[in-house]
Write a protein of this length. Structure first.
Length: 90
């Protein structure tokens, strides 16, 4: 079963943890890149409501490599996608 690995942080408690989100629970997965900010953004919307935004500071070549990894993930059935380098946007 496909899943995403996401790092979430609690600034108040100064804690980080890894959460696994099943791909079937995601309604919409949008990906964008801002060359001016040199930042990639992922917007996740969940089937049961709620959403999560993640960002990664990167250049355009790193973003293109990420898109290729995402395409391989979408084509493979028993694979998880690691987004632990991405930071949660609050």
């Amino acid at each position: 079963m496909k899943a995403l690995r996401i790092k979430t942080c609690d600034d108040v408690l100064n804690l980080s943890r890894f959460d696994i989100v099943l791909l079937k629970d995601i309604f919409d997965f949008s990906l964008s890149f801002s060359p001016l900010k040199k930042e990639a953004v992922i917007q996740l919307k969940f089937q049961k409501g709620g959403q999560l935004a993640l960002c990664l500071r990167c250049d355009e070549s790193h973003f293109e490599k990420f898109k290729l990894r995402r395409e391989r993930f979408q084509a493979n059935e028993d694979y998880y996608f690691d987004l632990s380098d991405w930071l949660q946007i609050k």
